[in-house]
Design a protein around this ligand. Structure first.
Ligand SMILES: *Cc1c(COP(=O)(O)O)cnc(C)c1O
Length: 387
């Protein structure tokens, strides 16, 4: 039986043609496709600036740098995320700490954040940046996180790698109404893809300039930003230490072409999620709870096994699904339990809600071309796994 993956891209003939058109053009990189993708995404999100880069990991790195994160600073994020959400702070020489998750949304808990901030203030060790992660595409409680940011003076980077096409309080995620910078990923398992690629959005012109420079060696060609008038038409200046994090025009053309179907992709995910909810109603599992403030991008559909009602272990059920060619996955291994982070002093028990979630969670297949027949196969396999 063919494996049903937990996620996969959907590439149309128009997507292929868009990439071929770039290959036949004059520019494979630094041509017109990158700004076209940036403008389309900025318009979609209702944000002033969008800066395309070669991955969300790169976007997180330069977002931290643009916000001034450096040695001696502290960055907080959720332990229930991909390692990149935490690593970006370490790239800047800063320290990382985590805030435990909410038992219903699996996102960073606002109660835990408020509590930790009050303690950190007493200890004189407040975070410079907090990175809420919109897990599965469900937006975090940004209103409350933003209010805490005002109170305690930290900046906010939304890790929206799962969340493009989603909304928070009726507005597109990525508009940065409650944050300084929002980051998207276009890895093939995400909602739309550019093969590899990422985007940072911001309403702040200065942050946008900084992100643009950091993406390309810290170089500017804008005379306004130079220390003296240009020596000539060839002239550029390196004004900060940047990287080569540029997106190619082939990637941007693919991403831009995919955007035409973004709303349809997310709508299909919602149809399939509602069908999962109905089909799983009598199973000993907890289906995803959707906060009424959000319209999720639904990158993932995560169930939690009610392990106290089962004779099988979490691992038994996972292995049985894989053995039945269902490509289930687990998002995420709590970052603080990774050996690299354990070596920094984090231990099991530090973030109990994230660890409890990890002992029960399974990501079921969910993607743009996921069919009812495939979904029925997943349900039958789960029924068998739980027998
Ligand atoms: C995928 C992902 C990233 C990294 O994205 P890349 O584009 O692969 O670098 C970061 N954070 C989260 C939450 C992700 O899911």
């Amino acid at each position: 039986m063919t494996m049903i993956p937990y996620g996969r891209q959907d590439i149309s003939e128009a997507d292929i043609q868009a990439v071929v058109d770039v290959l036949r053009s004059d520019f494979l990189t630094q041509g017109p496709a990158v700004p076209a993708f940036e403008q389309a995404l900025a318009a979609y999100c209702g944000v002033a600036h969008a800066i395309a880069v070669n991955s969300a990991t790169s976007a997180l790195h330069i977002a931290c740098l643009a916000l001034g994160v450096g040695p001696g600073d502290l960055v907080w994020t959720s332990p229930n995320t991909f390692v990149a959400s935490a690593n970006c702070a370490l790239y800047c020489g800063a320290d990382v700490d985590f805030v435990d998750i909410d038992a219903r949304t699996y996102n960073l808990s606002v109660e835990a954040l408020a509590h930790k901030l009050a303690q950190a203030k007493l200890a004189g060790r407040l975070p410079k940046v907090v990175i809420p992660v919109h897990l599965t595409g469900q937006p975090c409680d940004m209103l409350a996180i933003h209010a805490l940011g005002q109170e305690y003076g930290f900046k906010i980077i939304e890790d929206a790698s799962h969340a493009i096409g989603g909304k928070y309080r009726g507005e597109a995620i990525g508009n940065c109404r409650y944050s300084d910078i929002t980051v998207f990923s276009f890895h093939p398992v995400k909602i739309i893809t550019s093969a590899e690629g990422g985007m940072a959005t911001t309403q702040d012109a200065q942050l946008a300039t900084s992100l643009q420079q950091l993406r390309s060696h810290g170089i500017t060609r804008d005379p306004e930003l130079m220390t003296h008038a240009p020596d000539g038409a060839w002239y550029y200046q390196q004004v900060t230490l940047g990287y080569n994090y540029r997106m190619t025009d082939m990637q941007a053309a693919l991403g831009l072409s995919q955007m035409a179907r973004l709303d349809d992709f997310v709508a299909h995910r919602h149809v399939m999620a509602r069908r999962y909810d109905a089909l799983l109603a009598d199973f000993p599992v907890i289906t995803p709870w959707q906060h009424p403030d959000g319209y999720s991008g639904l990158h993932l559909y995560v169930i939690r096994l009610q392990t106290e009602r089962l004779t099988q272990t979490h691992r038994d059920v996972f292995d049985s699904l894989r053995a039945q060619s269902i490509g289930v996955n687990l998002h995420y291994i709590p970052v603080h339990t990774q050996p690299y982070y354990a070596a920094k002093g984090f231990k099991p028990g530090d973030f109990p809600e994230a660890e409890h979630y990890y002992s029960q969670a399974i990501s079921l297949p969910m993607y743009a071309t996921f069919t009812e027949e495939q979904q029925d196969r997943v349900i039958e396999a789960l029924r068998k796994a739980l027998q």
